[in-house]
Design a protein around this ligand. Sequence first.
Ligand code: SF4
Length: 210
Amino acid sequence: MALTREAVELLVQAARAWYFEGDQHGLRDREWMALRFLGRANRFSRTPTALAGFIGATKATASQIVKTLENKSYLVRKPSHEDKRSVVLCVTPQGEKCLSQHDPINHVLNAVTALGNDDCVRLHDSLTRVLNHLDAAHQRLNASTCRDCMFLAERGPAPGRGRTAEFVCRLYRAPIALEETELLCTSFERTRDRPKIDEQPERLRVVSQA
Ligand code: SF4
């Protein structure tokens, strides 16, 4: 029990790197959180609504944060290809540069990298399990990488397009490129056994009728 408490207290101390008073390099902690999320989010989650859910803010607060990031030229709004009435929030090259050079979590990234691969994997898996408990308890809108999502189905390489596997999102009914499977999505649902699209015709039919 003492060890558990110490571990949690260490986690709280580590969180001081990304929750802080005032600003760092011109951005408050929630603005950093928003920019960081939008820099890693997929096209379905780079919306004002998904951003508000992810940072745990009202839409009005999220909208103010978006305006701040736009004013600093770290963010632009573009029309959505998926839904013409919506906008997609895109991090600019200036925003990406700011993240790579000044993001307050960069020090934490370096420290975790120094642990080595095995410890890093253990830390990742342990924190994932802790967050899953917390999300279930608080019903927060969290995000994780598309590659582990139950809605992602793999299909074989398309004819004439090389041997790279292709993917499809069964929730949005949209193709997903290989590089997009590494991005964050707020509609994520965890699974251990992602089905091949051809192996799950009944399940797919149910999803497509939903
Ligand atoms: S497969 Fe899951 S994580 Fe990927 S886009 Fe669809 S809902 Fe989001």
